[in-house]
Ligand binder design. Structure first.
Ligand SMILES: [Zn+2]
Length: 383
């Protein structure tokens, strides 16, 4: 029979062994964590090995789709609004190896967001930009991130927003290459429009309807294509009167499918624009009820309410006049949009006509299936 002293010694031995086991375990955990956070990659390679995160993207060159895929690392994209569309947009750009992402959003992650992609329940309560940066950095540490947790429409924040899109490029002091509007309200879109017109900054707008079954993307080149204030932005009609949906206090519907589709067509257009392949869409709609994708192009409105839009139009006209006339092809193409329209251009319903009149700007030619998405509120103060 063991004495008390012998038993005490045995207990001490076992305690020591337990500490050693715990230390070994934590060392293994650390090694595992380090494996998950891969080191940065200096140069994109097309080497076909399982450990190369860019092999499938670089294969686009071999397939003759993109000439210089590596160029993606030189671009900075600002994403305004990191919700259902913006978060997925940011994730796609991160996985594609974009150089720098600047994220703007003032919202927090909530459980009510879990019907959409990207955010996870354990992130509830965190700011969307903080939670997004954490996830995205983990996916691709090669991307530079800059986040701003504020509402861009207040005066101070708007000034800071202007400053960051003017100087926040990958090379500090250079402007960003593209701004993506993934916001869900009129004021924020108007703020982005105001900033981009003043700076001559190219941007893309995106939107999903409040009934969750249609959406659109639009490329806006200040002075050249219609800006957000030139004409009421358009979405695809869903055969449901929008007036019945847009009542105050009524909770907007959303689907991960529609938001995923809109983020997909948005980033597709971004990749085509930045890496110069395929045709960059000026406007692409998505009607989920009919699986209908209308496209169109819209010129800037000389009577636009935005002073900087009119200034940009003058500059664009000057540049066009100076350019030798070779591009007759483009004009023809634009007309084809209307002539070849299988859906036929029809006069829109009376309600929509009234909506168009109520909104400022010229009434665009609308292919069937497209209607006005936003009407400008009677007394909106544009900063
Ligand atoms: Zn305009």
């Amino acid at each position: 029979m063991a004495t008390v002293e012998e038993l005490k010694l045995r207990v001490r031995e076992l305690e020591n062994e337990l500490i050693k086991c715990k230390q070994k375990q934590s060392a293994m955990d650390n090694a595992h964590n380090q494996e998950q956070h891969r080191p940065k990659i200096d140069k994109m390679s097309s080497e076909v090995v399982d450990s190369n995160p860019y092999s499938r993207l670089m294969a686009l060159k071999r397939m003759g789709i993109v000439k210089d895929y590596e160029k993606i690392r030189t671009f900075t994209v600002a994403v305004v609004g990191v919700g259902g569309v913006g978060s997925v947009t940011a994730e796609m750009l991160t996985r594609c190896g974009i150089g720098k992402l600047i994220l703007f959003d003032y919202d927090k992650v909530e459980l009510a967001n879990m019907n959409r992609l990207f955010f996870q329940p354990h992130q509830a309560g965190l700011s969307k930009v903080e939670a997004a940066e954490h996830t995205l950095r983990n996916i691709n540490p090669d991307v530079s991130f800059e986040t701003h947790n504020y509402n861009i429409t207040t005066m101070d924040n708007f000034a800071h927003f202007m400053e960051r899109i003017s100087f926040g490029g990958l090379e500090e002091g250079k402007p960003v290459d593209l701004i993506l509007s993934c916001v869900d309200n009129f004021e924020a879109r108007m703020a982005i429009n105001t900033a981009c017109n003043e700076l001559g900054q190219i941007w893309m707008e995106s939107g999903v309807s409040e009934n969750a079954v249609s959406g659109h993307i639009q490329l806006i080149i200040p002075g050249e294509t219609a800006c957000f204030a030139c004409a009421p932005p358009l979405i695809v009609a869903a055969n449901i009167d929008e007036k019945t949906l847009k009542r105050d206090g009524v909770c907007a519907a959303s689907l991960p499918t529609t938001m995923g589709v809109v983020a997909g067509i948005l980033v597709q257009n971004v990749l085509k624009y930045l890496l110069k392949f395929g045709t960059v869409s000026h406007y692409l709609g998505y009607n989920a009820m009919k699986d209908f994708f209308p496209t169109m192009a819209m010129k800037a409105n000389p009577q636009c309410n935005d002073r900087y839009c009119r200034i940009q139009q003058e500059e664009y006209k000057k540049k066009e006049a100076e350019r030798p006339k070779v591009e007759v092809v483009e004009e023809e193409e634009e007309e084809i949009v209307h002539e070849d329209n299988d859906w036929g251009i029809e006069v829109v319903s009376e309600v929509t006509d009234m909506e168009l009149e109520a909104a400022s700007g010229v009434v665009p030619h609308l292919p069937e299936g497209i209607t006005v998405a936003y009407t400008i509120p009677a007394e909106v103060s544009i900063m």
